[in-house]
Design a protein around this ligand. Structure first.
Ligand code: GDP
Ligand code: IMO
Ligand code: MG
Length: 423
C-alpha cells in the first residue's frame, strides 16, 4: 500500500490545512513529517475556523489516526494550548493522536536563543516566527537534543538542565539582550510536559511500516513550503527542515519507493511572510487588493503577508524537486475582479532570459518576465462544480497545467471545507 504526500510549493500558507482536512475521509492515518509550531494550518467548517500548529489537520475527523512524526519539533507549551482548544470542542483526541518517540522537543531556551539570534542580525534577520525552530533543529543535528522518548527515561531532567545551562551561556554571547524569566518559563514547560505525557508515544516508523503492510492509507502532511526548504529554498531565508518530498521519508521513516501521489498545493498568486527575496512581489494596489481580499495575515504570528503575482519559474522548480503528480490551486476566488492577471514565466537574470531558478533571486539579479492573461469578474465562492467556471479561469488553469506539465485536480474557491472543486 502506498503513502501519499501533500506539501506546499511556495513560501508556506498555501492552504495545506484546508486540503488535508478535505482529503482525510479517504485516509486511515494523517502524519505530519517536519516543522513545528512555526506552522499555522487553518481549517474551516460549520462556520468555525480552527488553526493547528503541531497537530495534524485530520484531527477533526472521527476515525483517522493523527501522527506527529519524528521529523517534527514539538513545543509542549504550544502543544498543550492546542489540546486545550480541542477540549473546548469536546473532541476526543486521546485515542487518535500519536506522537513519535523520536520527535525533538523545543525548550524554553530554544525560543530565547531564536529571539537573541534574530535580534543580533538586525536588518539581515530571517523574520523567524520566533518559535525556537532553528535552535531546536541545530541541537538535533548537533546531537544534543531532547526527544519525546527521553521523557520515559529517568535522567532526562538532568540532561535538560545541562542543555538549558549551555543555552543560557549562548544567550549571553549575543549582543542583543533578551529579558526572560526562566523560572516562570520552566514552570509552564514542565506542566505542559505532563500533558504531553498523557498522550501515546510510539515508535512511529515501525507503526507506519505495519500500517502499510495492513493496507492502511497514509497521507503525509507537510508544513511550510518548498521555497522555505533548508536545502532548496531561498537560503538563508528559509526554515530549518526539509519541507520537500524527501523530508517525508526522513521525517516519518517511509521508504521512497512507497510514495505514490505527491499533491502539490499552491495559491493562484504568491505570498511570503518574513524576510527574503520575492521576485514577483507587488508594492502597488494590486498587491494590496490580494492581501485584503485574501486576508493575508499569518496564522501563527498575525504578520501581514507580502503578496505578488504567481511565479511559474519558482513553481516549476518546486514541482520538479518534489516530483509533484497532482496540483491543487487555492484562493482562485481572491483573483476575481482583476481585469488582467500576470504570471511570471521567466526571469531576466544577469542580462539573460532564464526559466529555471538560479542560485540567487535577490532583486538586484532578477526581474520577472510576465505573460498577461485575461481576468474574470465572477464570484467563485458559491460555485460547486467546474462547469460553472468562467472561461478566463479555465484558460488560467489550463495555461498553468501546460507550463507545469502536471494536472490541477482541485480548485479551491474559499476557506470552507465545502468550497472545494474537484476537476
Ligand atoms: P497552510 O499553512 O498552508 O495550512 O495555510 P494557512 O492556513 O496558513 O493560510 C491559508 C489561508 O487561506 C487560511 O486563512 C485559509 O482559511 C484560507 N484559504 C484556504 N483556501 C482558500 C481559498 O480557496 N480561498 C480563500 N479565500 N481562502 C482560502
Ligand atoms: P505553514 O506550515 C509561512 C517562515 C517565517 C520565516 C522563515 C523562518 O503555516 O505554511 P522559522 O520560524 O521557521 O525559523 O521561520 O520561515 N515560515 C513560514 N511562512 N508559513 C509557514 O508555515 C512558515 N513557517 C515558517 O516567516 O520567514
Ligand atoms: Mg500557515
Amino acid at each position: 500500500m502506498a503513502v501519499n504526500l501533500l506539501l506546499g510549493l511556495q513560501w508556506g500558507d498555501e492552504g495545506k490545512g484546508k486540503i488535508v482536512d478535505v482529503l482525510t475521509k479517504n485516509y486511515d492515518i494523517i502524519a505530519r513529517f517536519q516543522g513545528g509550531p512555526n506552522a499555522g494550518h487553518t481549517l474551516e467548517f460549520d462556520g468555525i475556523k480552527h488553526v493547528l500548529h503541531t497537530i495534524p489537520s485530520g484531527i477533526f475527523h472521527d476515525k483517522a489516526i493523527n501522527l506527529v512524526g519524528n521529523g517534527v519539533v514539538i513545543d509542549p507549551v504550544i502543544f498543550k494550548k492546542e489540546l486545550d482548544n480541542l477540549d473546548t470542542f469536546n473532541l476526543d483526541y486521546k485515542s487518535k493522536l500519536l506522537i513519535s518517540r523520536k520527535a525533538h522537543l523545543i525548550l524554553p531556551t530554544h525560543r530565547i536563543l531564536d529571539a537573541a539570534s534574530e535580534a543580533s542580525k538586525g536588518k539581515a534577520k530571517i523574520g523567524s516566527t520566533l518559535k525556537g525552530i532553528g535552535p531546536t533543529y541545530m541541537d538535533k543535528t548537533g546531537r544534543n537534543g531532547i526527544r519525546v522518548g527521553d521523557l520515559e527515561l529517568s535522567d532526562w531532567k538532568k540532561r535538560y538542565r545541562s542543555l538549558a545551562n549551555k543555552h543560557e551561556a549562548m544567550i549571553d554571547f549575543y549582543d542583543a539582550k533578551i529579558e526572560y524569566d526562566l523560572t516562570e518559563l520552566e514552570s509552564e514547560f514542565f506542566k505542559a510536559i505532563e500533558t504531553l505525557k498523557s498522550l501515546t508515544f510510539i515508535d512511529s516508523e515501525e507503526y507506519l511500516y505495519q500500517a502499510q503492510r495492513e493496507g492502511k492509507k497514509i497521507l503525509a502532511e507537510g508544513a511550510q513550503g518548498s521555497l522555505l526548504d533548508i536545502d532548496f529554498g531561498t537560503y538563508p531565508f528559509v526554515t530549518s527542515s526539509n519541507t520537500t518530498a524527501a523530508g517525508a521519508c526522513t521525517g516519518l521513516g517511509v521508504a521512497p519507493n512507497q510514495i505514490k501521489e505527491v499533491f502539490g498545493i499552491f495559491k493562484a498568486y504568491t505570498t511570503r511572510v518574513g524576510s527574503g527575496p520575492f521576485p514577483t512581489e507587488l508594492f502597488d494596489t494590486d498587491g494590496e487588493t490580494m492581501g485584503r481580499v485574501g486576508h493575508e495575515f499569518g496564522a501563527t504570528t498575525g504578520r501581514a503577508r507580502r503578496c505578488g503575482w504567481l511565479d511559474l519559474v519558482a513553481l516549476k522548480y518546486a514541482v520538479q524537486v518534489n516530483g509533484v503528480t497532482q496540483l491543487m490551486m487555492m484562493k482562485g476566488d481572491v483573483l476575481s475582479g482583476f481585469k488582467t492577471l500576470k504570471v511570471c514565466t521567466a526571469y531576466n537574470y544577469q542580462g539573460k532570459t532564464i526559466t529555471h531558478l538560479p542560485y540567487t533571486i535577490e532583486p538586484e539579479n532578477v526581474t520577472p518576465v510576465y505573460t498577461e492573461m485575461k481576468g474574470w469578474s465572477e464570484d467563485l465562492t458559491k460555485m460547486n462544480d467546474k462547469s460553472q467556471f468562467p472561461a478566463a479561469l479555465n484558460d488560467y488553469i489550463e495555461f498553468l497545467e501546460k507550463e507545469l506539465e502536471t494536472p490541477i485536480t482541485i480548485v479551491s474557491v474559499g476557506p470552507d471545507r465545502t468550497q472545494t472543486i474537484h476537476r
